[in-house]
Design a binder for this molecule. Structure first.
Ligand code: HXC
Ligand code: NAP
Length: 284
C-alpha cells in the first residue's frame, strides 16, 4: 500500500525504540526510508535495533536517555541533531506501567509512571518544538497512548498510567491548536492489546487472564505489530498532513465492548493480589 520511499528524507526521534512496539515502528519507518534516532535507558536493545536497521541498508543511531530528565532529553536532542542535521518528527513511545491495587501504591510508584509517560512526552515534544519554531520549518509529533486514556474511560488497576496517558492526550489536542501556526502537527495512537514482553510481563497476571482478554475481544485476537507500525507510518507521513489533534484507536473494536482494559481485574481475588505483591517484594 505504501511507496517504499514514503518516509525518505525524514529524521525521526523515537523514544523506547529498543523493544516492543517502538522496535517495530523503528524497523518499519527505516524500511520506508526514514533515518531513525532511538533513545531509551538501556543501551543493549537500542544498539541491537540500530544494527538490524543497518543490516537492512537503513540509517539509524541511538543514545541512552531517561526521558524523565529534561537535561538528558536536551542532550539527546543535541546529539540527534548532530547526527542527522535536523530531526523533523518525534514519536513519544516510551512508557512505564504495571498493575496494582491503587490504595497500595506509594507516591513514588505514581510519580515514576507519570514521570516517564507524561513528563517524558512533554520533555521530548517541547525540546524539539522549540527548535522547530526557531528554525521556522515545522515538525511532527506522534504519541502512543492507550484506549483507557480517553476522558470517558480510564481503567482501574493502572491508574498512574491512565492519568498520565490522559495528560498526553490533552497535550496533543491542546498543542495541535496552539502550534498549528508553526506547522507543527500532533497526533496520537491508542492501541488495544499488542503482545510485547514489556507489557505482558507487567500487565498480564496469569495465562488465564490473557485467555479471558482474548476471549472477550470482539475479533478474538490481539493486534499485530505491523498493523500499528503501518498506521504510525501513515500518520507521520505527508499523506496525513491535514490530520492534526487526532487520536486514532487501533484495537479491533475492543473498547467498544467495554471501556477500561484492566477493569476486569476486579475478578482477581484479594489472595491473588497478595501473591503478586509478595512476589514483587521478594525480587527487590
Ligand atoms: C506497585 C510498583 C510496581 C508494581 C514498581 N513499583 N513496580 N508498585 N506495583 N508492580 C514502585 C516501586 O516500588 C517504586 O516505589 C516505584 O514504583 C519505582 O520503581 P522502580 O523499580 O525503582 O522504578 P524504575 O526502575 O524507574 O522502573 C520503572 C517501572 C518499570 C515503570 C517501575 O516497570 C519499568 O522500567 N517499566 C518500563 C517498561 C514498561 O513498563 N512497559 C510496559 C508498557 S505497556 P517505592 O515507593 O518502593 O520507591 C503500556 C500499555 C498498557 O503502557 C496497555 C496494554 C494493553
Ligand atoms: P515496552 O517494550 O516495555 O516499551 C517501553 C519502552 O520504553 C522500552 O523500550 C523502555 O526502554 C522505554 N522506557 C521506559 N522508561 C523509559 C525512560 N524513563 N526513558 C526512556 N525510555 C524509557 O512496551 P510496549 O508494549 O512496546 O509499549 C510501547 C508503547 O505502547 C507504550 O507507550 C505503551 O504505553 C503503548 N501501548 C502498548 C500496548 C500493548 O499492548 N503493548 C497497548 C497500549 C499502549 P528502557 O527500559 O531501556 O528504558
Amino acid at each position: 500500500m505504501f511507496q517504499q520511499d514514503l518516509l525518505k528524507g525524514r529524521a525521526i526521534f523515537l523514544t523506547g525504540g529498543g523493544t516492543g512496539l517502538g522496535r517495530s515502528m523503528a524497523l518499519r519507518f527505516a524500511e520506508l526510508g526514514a533515518r531513525m534516532y532511538l533513545v531509551g535507558r538501556r543501551e543493549e536493545p537500542l544498539k541491537e535495533v540500530c544494527a538490524e536497521i543497518h543490516r537492512a541498508g537503513g540509517s539509524a543511531a541511538y543514545t541512552t536517555c531517561d526521558v524523565r530528565d529534561y537535561g538528558a532529553v536536551e542532550a539527546a536532542a543535541e546529539k540527534a541533531e548532530q547526527q542527522f542535521d535536523r530531526i523533523d518528527t518525534v514519536v513519544n513511545n516510551a512508557a512505564g506501567n504495571f498493575i496494582a491495587r491503587t490504595e497500595k501504591l506509594s507516591p513514588n510508584a505514581f510519580n515514576t509512571v507519570v514521570g516517564i509517560v507524561l513528563n517524558g512526552s512533554f520533555h521530548c515534544t517541547q525540546a524539539f518544538a522549540k527548535r522547530w519554531i526557531a528554525q521556522k520549518l515545522g515538525g511532527n509529533v506522534l504519541s502512543i497512548v492507550t484506549t483507557y486514556a480517553a476522558a470517558n474511560s480510564g481503567s482501574g488497576f493502572v491508574v498512574p498510567s491512565a492519568c498520565a496517558k490522559a495528560g498526553v492526550l490533552a497535550m496533543t489536542t491542546s498543542l495541535a491548536v496552539e502550534w498549528a501556526k508553526y506547522h507543527i502537527r500532533l497526533n496520537a495512537i491508542a492501541p488495544g492489546p499488542f503482545p510485547t514482553e514489556g507489557a505482558w510481563s507487567r500487565l498480564m497476571p496469569s495465562r488465564q487472564f490473557e485467555e479471558h482478554a482474548k476471549d472477550k475481544h470482539p475479533m478474538k485476537r490481539f493486534g499485530r505489530h505491523e498493523e500499528l507500525a503501518n498506521l504510525a507510518a501513515f500518520l507521520v507521513s505527508d499523506m496525513a498532513e491535514y490530520i492534526n489533534g487526532e487520536c486514532v484507536v487501533i484495537d479491533g473494536g475492543q473498547w467498544l465492548r467495554g471501556a477500561g482494559e484492566f477493569n476486569d481485574l476486579l475478578m482477581l481475588p484479594e489472595t491473588a493480589w497478595e501473591t503478586l505483591e509478595a512476589a514483587r517484594t521478594k525480587k527487590s
